[in-house]
Design a protein around this ligand. Structure first.
Ligand code: RNT
Ligand code: ZN
Length: 395
């Protein structure tokens, strides 16, 4: 489309939204300021630079489209390419297995800040902030239990790993002058019916208590719950209830991954419930297909409802937005672009919702009017506003 047409369409859209009392320029500014954390692992199918093996431990990538990043330089080139095609503000979310190990084998309980020094400098040159993740999958000691393992030697290995990751995240946060958000997800669970469910949850709780005891002011830990993992279908130690309880009690950020729910469950409903009891949310915006399949995020009801709930709760500043999917069957750069654009469009539509009027109708019991306006709002010209947002930012 020609620039002139995009501008013309924007002017019409702006006038249309103004009829509902909505300021599109302001919505665009808010979108420009809202960071989205790019998950480094879409570029190479969650392989990383530690042992060059396919991901295992509850998760799996499928597809063999050519062009997977094979080393740190290729991954960095991919991220540069991705950001060059996107408007708005991106962060980069690294897993521990993406360190710069310099051709050496560095085991998970040996990792240090120096393995991420290069990343910190690279990101700073681009004015990008880093987020971080401990990595307890894809390792000979992963098994089906890590932090909840009754075997002390295995448990201690993963506790040491996760403590070290927290210190790395803290160094990243100090270096970038902005807290590094560090996610902890462990796949711990079992394939079949488990009798001592309480026991493993008790151990996980104790491991987390130990890991989180150190005061590290430049990082924020968050804990990710899950429904089940591949090969771990019957029992997940870190279930939603487990982490909702843990995070509420210990004032820790809860990570809500949109793939980690029953297919018929309304994930967005968790937003307002959790926000009353946990300090902040980390969002892993994903797309489940029948199960936690980690398909590319789309502008669909799930994503739109998630961001609407966040905006309706006036909690944008209490959420960290990240993507989490890994599709190896299509162009991987394209997969990033589709996912980020989908998240941005969903955010934008949430910013453009005629919320004041909807609230008023609800308050006054005007339920037909509420439903009618919700329905009308779906087809207001959000696409024209999004095109203009990109044009304005030269992408
Ligand atoms: C797995 C979790 C987790 C991972 C990444 C790679 O189900 O969603 O967030 O996808 O850590
Ligand atoms: Zn996730």
């Amino acid at each position: 489309m020609k620039e002139e047409q995009i501008k013309k369409a924007y002017e019409l859209a702006k006038a249309r939204y103004a009829e509902f009392g909505i300021d599109t320029d302001k919505a665009i500014e808010t979108l420009e300021r809202t960071p989205i954390s790019l998950h480094c692992w879409q570029a190479d199918d969650v392989v990383g630079f530690e042992r060059n093996e396919a991901a295992s431990g509850g998760i799996q990538t499928t597809g063999n489209y050519p062009g997977k990043a094979r080393n740190i330089d290729e991954l960095r080139q991919d991220i540069d390419k991705v950001t060059s095609l996107l408007a708005g503000h991106m962060r980069l979310n690294l897993h521990e297995t993406y360190g710069e190990f310099g051709g050496q084998f560095v085991d998970r309980d040996q990792v240090e800040v120096k393995h991420f020094q290069g990343w910190m400098e690279w990101a700073k040159e681009r004015n990008m902030k880093l987020d971080f993740n401990s990595t307890s999958f894809s390792h000979p000691k992963s098994g089906s239990l890590t932090l909840s393992n009754p075997d002390k030697s295995i448990r201690d290995f993963w506790i040491e790993h996760t403590k070290r990751c927290r210190r790395i995240a803290d160094a990243m946060g100090a270096y970038q002058g902005d807290p590094c958000i560090m996610n902890i997800w462990v796949h711990d669970g079992s394939k079949d019916y488990t009798v001592e469910k309480l026991r493993y949850r008790q151990i996980l709780k104790e491991s987390l208590d130990e890991i989180l005891a150190e005061n590290l002011p430049n990082m924020k830990p968050c804990l990710e719950a899950k429904l089940f993992g591949i090969g771990l279908e019957a029992y997940t130690v870190g279930s939603h209830d487990f982490y909702a309880g843990y995070c509420a009690k210990n004032n820790v950020i809860y990570t809500l991954d949109t793939g980690h729910y029953e297919p018929t469950e309304n994930v967005s409903d968790a937003v307002s419930a959790l926000l009353l009891f946990v300090p902040e949310l980390m969002l892993h915006v994903s797309r489940p297909m029948h199960w936690d399949s980690d398909h590319v995020t789309l502008f669909d009801d799930n994503t739109r409802n998630l961001f609407s709930e966040l905006v309706r709760a006036d909690a944008l500043d209490r959420a960290h937005i990240g993507l989490d999917y890994f599709d190896a069957s299509i162009n991987r750069i394209g997969a990033y672009i589709i996912g980020v654009r989908a998240a941005q469009k969903s955010l934008l539509q949430a910013f453009l919702e005629p919320l004041d009027t909807l609230r008023k109708y609800e308050d006054e019991g005007k339920l037909f009017e509420r439903l009618a306006l919700l329905e009308e709002a779906k087809t207001l010209p959000v696409g024209a506003v999004y095109d203009y947002f990109n044009l304005k930012n030269n992408v």
